[in-house]
Structures are given as C-alpha cells and as structure tokens.
Design a protein around this ligand. Sequence first.
Ligand code: TPP
Length: 642
Amino acid sequence: MRFLSEINSPADLRQLRVEDLQEVADEVRQFIIDTCSQVGGHTGASLGAVELAVAMHYVFDTPNDRLVWDVGHQAYAHKILTGRRDQLHTIKQDGGLSGFLRRDESEYDTFGAGHASTSLSAALGMAVARDRKGEDFHVCALIGDSSLAGGMAMEAINQAGHLKSRLIVLLNDNEMSIAPAVGALSRYLNRIKEAQSYQHIKEEIGDALESVPHFGERLRRAAKTFKDAIAAAVLPGALVNELGFKYIGYVDGHNVPMLVKALEEAKKVDDGPVIVHALTTKGKGFPNPEKNYYAYHATGPFDPKTGLPYKSTKTAPPTYTQVFGETMCDLMANDEAIIALTAAMPDGTGVDKILEKFPDRAFDVGIAEQHAVTFCAGMACEGLKPVAAIYSTFLQRGFDQVIHDVCLQDLNVTFAMDRAGIVGADGPTHHGLLDIAYFRGYPNIVLMAPKDEAELRDMIHTAIEFPGPAAIRYPRGNGFGVDISMPPALIEIGKGEILKEGSDVAIIAYGSMVYPSVAAAEMLVPQGIKPTVVNARFVKPLDEEMILAIAREHRLIVTVEEAYLAGGFGSAVIELLESNGLQDSVKVVRMGVPDEIVTHGDPKRLLGNYGLNAEGICAKVVATLADLDHKDTGSRRFRAVK
Ligand SMILES: Cc1ncc(C[n+]2csc(CCOP(=O)(O)OP(=O)(O)O)c2C)c(N)n1
C-alpha cells in the first residue's frame, strides 16, 4: 500500500495530488476486499462508494465540513480514511466498530445512521443551523438512489428547494437497492441518463447538419427547435427547475478526478441546494465473475480470489424467513385474495420467493414502509388480504399508518415482523425490541409470536384469516428443525399453551423465549423445583383466564420476552393481575431487555447479558425462589417474635 498506510486522517489524504487519488481508491478497495473476505460485512455496498468517499474527503475540509451518510452501510471507505483503518477487521463484532455510523465512534460521523433516507433531512438541519450561527462550512449529504425515493428524503428535498439553503447532495446511483431498485423515481433517474446521452447525440447531429453546404445553419436551427422540445421533456427538469435544485451530472462515480471536479463545482453554488449525480456500480471490484449484486450487497466471509462464500458444512434448519416465504406460497396458492409486500427487503423477508411465484400478487414498494402500510390498508378496504413483511425495526417508520390507517378502520392487514428481538451484528439501529410496546396500546390489534417455525406457519394462516389487524413477531435466524410438513392450522385467538405443569413457579414465555424456558425448566427439575411452563402465544389479547388461574396457583410468575421490558409482555401480565386485584398475592419477575441501548455483536452473548437463555432463566428462578423463601422465613420469625 503506497499511500493508504500513511493516511491516518483526511488531512493526510488532502496532502496528495489529484493524480494520486485513483491509486488511493484502488488501495482502499483492496483493503475492503481483504478485510471483508475475512469478517464479512456490507461489502458490495461499500465497494461501490470507495471513490465517492475519497473524493468527498479530498474536496471537503472534514470534519469541519459536514459529511452526512445515508444508512451508513456503504461507508467502509469513509471509516478507513478517517482513522479507523486498523479497526476495520472488528466491524460489527463484539466491542468492534459499528457496521453503520455513530456520532460517538468518530467526529467524522456527523450523524448516526442505520435506517434509510435520513441524510437529507439531517444535512438540511445542519445547513440551516450553520446559516443561523453565521458559520461557513459546507454540508454534503450522500444518498443512494433507492434511499432517495424514501418518503423522508422526498420531504427534505421539498423543504430544501423551498428554503434555498446551501446544501450539496451527492447521489450514489447504482440502480440498486439491496435488490434492483424499484419505482418511478428510479425510472426518472434513468431518463436523466438517457437524456444526457441524447444531449450528446443532439450536439453531434447539430454539428453534422451544420456541415451541409448552403443549408447547414438553417437545418441545424430547425432541428434544434424540434430536438429541444423533446429534450425538455426528458432532461432533469423536475429536480432542477421545479424543486429548486441545481444539477451537476452525471459523473462517473468511479473516476476520482472527475468527482473532485464535480464536487468543486458544487461548492461554488451558493444560492441553494445542488445535486451531484454520480453513477456507480454496486460491488465494484468484487472478485466474483458472476455479477450477482444481490448476493454481495452484504456478505459473510468469502474467498478473496473467487468471491465465493466459504461454505458451511453444517446443515441448519430453515430460517424463520424461509418458512415465512414458503408458507405464504402455500397459502397464496389456495387463496387469490392474499397479497404479499416487502419494503425493499425481498430476500431479507422471504418475499423474493413469493415475487418469483406470484409476480402479480407480490410487491416490492421500495424503501417506503409508511406507504407499504397504507397501501395494504387500501387493498384491505377492497377485500384483499395483504401481508406486509417488514422487519420490526423498520416498521417503526410506519407506526402512525398502522394505527391511523389500519387499526382505527379495523382492516384485515397482517404484519409479519421479521428480525424481532436482538439481531446481533447490525446493532442498535436494527434490533427489533419495541414492537410489543408500540402496538400493545392499541385496542383492536392482535399480537402474536410463535415458539418455533411450525407455529409460525399456523400463525400466518391465523393472522390472515383474522378479519382485523394482526401482527406476528419472529426472530432472525434458524428455526428449531421441527416438522413443518403439516398444512398450516388455525390457532384460537388469545389462547396460550401450557407446555409443562408444575407448582413452584410459572414461567410464561413469549415467542423466541419459549424454547429457552422449556430448557430452563429441565434444569430446574433436578434441583427439586417444579416449574409450570407456558407458551403465551398472544400478548394481545392475553389469555386472561389461563394467566389468572396460574396466578392463583403459583407464588411466583416469571415472564420472559426478547423485547424491551417497558410496555412489553411482562407489563401486560402485571396490568392484568393488577386489574384483577392479584398484584399482591403473586410475585412477578419480568425478564427481557432493560432500559438501555443494546450494542452490536454476537446475538447469543447479547441475549446472555440479559439472562435471556436457559441458564439465565434458571438462575433467575432459583434466586427469586430463594429470596421468597428467605422472606417467608423472615416474616414467620417476625410473627413468632411478636
Ligand atoms: C427504513 C429502512 N428500510 C430498509 C432498510 C434496509 N436497507 C439497508 S441498505 C438498503 C438499500 C439502500 O439502497 P441505496 O440507497 O440505493 O444504497 P446502496 O446500497 O445501493 O448503496 C436497504 C433497503 C433500511 N436500512 N432502512
């Protein structure tokens, strides 16, 4: 590495000549390939943005000038150039660098990211603050073509054009989301590209006509009027003229000197926002002859020579995501009213298989969770049975739409909330820990969580057939390998399942915590403790009858959930007991995630930190029973003394 080993901050980069920057980019790209081949990561997304990062840190006086990245998954080159090169191999791992951006990780990470389409709003806020304070730095937001189509980004564009704030937007246009980009905006960006090549052709034609003897100039003028009329229809008119943005582009996003020139031009625009349109290739330089962008947006470890993933020899049970996709295909084959949706995560949610099999009844709406929810509501009004498969964390975006558009109108929409719980390497922005709390407060939504993949099948069927809103939460990763060959069956709404009957303690578990609770019970029995174990299945409606009966028969209830405790499943149990005057007759201990931000890293370790595994649940039961015994003896002794 001729240059990279000497670059410890962007200031070092800025000492170099423009002519050397392409080589710097090559070195950064190789460094990403070498590192990601060992530890995995958002390889393809980051490889596509190498030259953009080099050019931005060269042109802008970072960190004084503010760079605002969208999502942050593509920012590995930015991390490398801003003093984090030697920690890149720790990315997304316990105690290592975040896979996204965090203000507390580096002063160059001006705005935390992880969810899409935030950069323009944040950058505009910074630009407005700068102007109010009378300061003079540049603000440059980098955003991908798919994130640009997200609602928030559109709202920011609307305001930026109106305010005429000095703001630079670098558009990283690779025609890809995680899957191929979808939507009219993506078509619009293509039109810009076509229009520009058209402009080129137009000039060539003009030149050719001019050279016709005698009539040349007349011909050229006539052609110009006609061609201009067409050009006006396809040039980037909407963004530039109507929305108040200046436009520089398009630029080859892998040519650093060209990018530097374009960004230098953008810096000169001082009377409003300007967009620099860079064309990039996702996964540029990835060592795989097959152009499978879809697979290398993010990768696990891979062979740096072939780009092929290191194959695991273990055969694992299917993931919840796969089971969801397959179950939906089974159900959709028998019921034409069922529709499947994803918001830009076809492979992540299993909707890719549905899109293949039922292209007319499955939609990828792009990074548009809010729209996805209300789009479902509209379809439900007309008698369809839409199922929106959206990660728990991303459905936070559609909260109001779920309440206002779906629940309030009691519409039959099913929410399949994948990645509910602790997701691990992606960290705080991606953990799905809030969905119970954010939905539980609304009266008519049914909330459920399966104990395993077979129950997931039943719940999908149950939720779709339930005539009102229903949501199912299920975790990231593999199921337990249970039999899933049976056709999905309906489950009685609001009915839990007693898995083991005991008398000393009742462990009432929700969703992913049922199997660990069963395992904990097996560890308790040899210690002379007789546990009851319940698969709650529903947090709304709760199986009130069963829980109240359990409360009357046990002195200790332990609730277990993979979610924030505040407003969660355990809270629902306590509220039920309180409403029935049982709050003092049974001790309730709630296990779940406490009131703190959960970091990134190995999901097993993270769950273990909160006692959310068999050992932790067992230990909690043993300690609480010992405590109760101690208090009992204490109060007996106290009564005896009296
Ligand atoms: C609100 C939200 N929805 C979905 C995602 C998942 N996601 C992460 S990156 C990505 C694709 C982004 O595409 P684009 O903006 O074009 O950037 P690229 O990866 O192509 O560089 C998606 C859908 C997210 N991070 N946030």
